[in-house]
Design a protein around this ligand. Structure first.
Ligand code: F6P
Length: 327
């Protein structure tokens, strides 16, 4: 039988995402409500190794639900890849009496948690916190909704200037391995083409569709490219387009890290609050080494090893819809 947890730790790891603060707040306040001691660990696994671990109180998480970034800060930690690093981290957690851990992050962070939890007797609960939405076992990841809305707002602005000058804009959005931000923001802004890592980019088809639009005097064109598209980013695509269609007035805009910041959307705050609450309940119920997600509005528990292996699949029907709607 699992022993009752009385002290838990929470950390954020990997690329930050809007809503991480709302998740921290929910973990801290749900823990305190249940008479648990809650510790905040700064800079992800780095803080575990460096013993940067502090008790959290209700006021420690006041006035953060609306803030982007993460008050616990985040980092990618090479030392945690090594057993020695993980052992040091474990010893520090034990020193504080921490018996359960909530890890808010993406697949890299869960890989670390999975390894740690199989070597040491500290149960880990993962909450999907990434703007990339590249995790199986959940319909939502904390931060995706805000990031995609940031991209939509920016692309709408680009459309104004594109229209004023009859230009083609090739816009690069984030997504090292995932096309979700590109797909959602591209559809929502009426992009002509969307290039994502999950679908092979046929540059000849792209050129043909631009030529067709030129013939039909469709002068405003927006192409949204995920940074991880196998053809390359926006600059690579622009190089070919400029070579093949020199008459087209082509510009590149890389949205970059603005997609990671900003005040979280209502959806991200709700998802983060619900998941943070659920993470504490899960630790108290004796669950371990699972990622908690939401599928069809119900909590869904995926073993950490599966959560890091499986990817969310993109429905290719969307790409067909893009072509039809942008005609
Ligand atoms: O948060 C995920 C992500 O935004 C990827 O899409 C992107 O490639 C990466 O983070 C960049 O992160 P960093 O600049 O922190 O290395």
């Amino acid at each position: 039988m699992d022993k009752k947890v009385t002290k838990i730790g929470v950390l954020t790891s990997g690329g930050d995402s809007p809503g991480m603060n709302a998740a921290i707040r929910a973990v801290v306040r749900t823990g305190l409500y249940n008479n648990l001691e809650v510790f905040g660990i700064t800079r992800g696994y780095m803080g575990m190794i460096d013993d940067d671990i502090v008790p959290m109180h209700s006021r420690s998480v006041a006035n953060i639900i609306q803030r982007g970034g993460t008050i616990l800060k985040s980092a990618r930690c090479k030392e945690f890849y090594e057993f020695e690093g993980r052992k040091k981290a474990y010893e520090n957690l034990r020193k504080h009496g921490i018996e359960g851990l909530v890890v808010i992050g993406g697949d890299g962070s869960f890989r670390g948690a999975q390894k740690f939890a199989t070597e040491f007797d500290i149960p880990c609960i993962g909450l999907p916190g990434t703007i990339d939405k590249d995790m199986a076992g959940t319909d939502f990841t904390i931060g995706f909704d805000t990031a995609v809305n940031t991209a939509v707002e920016a692309i709408d602005k680009i459309r104004d200037t594109a229209d004023a000058h009859d230009r083609l804009f090739i816009i690069e959005v984030m997504g090292r391995d995932s096309g979700y931000i590109a797909l959602h923001s591209g559809i929502a802004t009426g992009a002509e083409n969307i290039l994502i890592p999950e679908a092979k980019t046929n540059i000849e088809d792209l050129i043909a569709s631009l030529e067709d639009k030129q013939r039909r005097k469709k002068l405003v064109n927006l192409i949204v490219v995920a940074e991880g598209d196998e053809f390359g980013g926006a600059e690579e695509v622009a190089k070919v387009v400029r070579q093949r269609l020199p008459d087209m007035d082509t510009r590149v805009c890389i949205l970059g890290h603005i997609q990671r910041g900003g005040s979280p959307s209502c959806i991200d705050r709700l998802v983060a609050s619900r998941l943070g609450y659920a993470a504490v309940e899960a630790l108290m119920e004796g669950r371990h080494n699972v990622m908690i997600g939401i599928i069809n509005n119900k909590l869904h528990y995926t073993p950490l090893d599966l959560a890091v292996k499986a990817k969310q699949k993109i429905d290719k029907e969307w790409l067909k819809i893009v072509k039809i709607l942008a005609s």
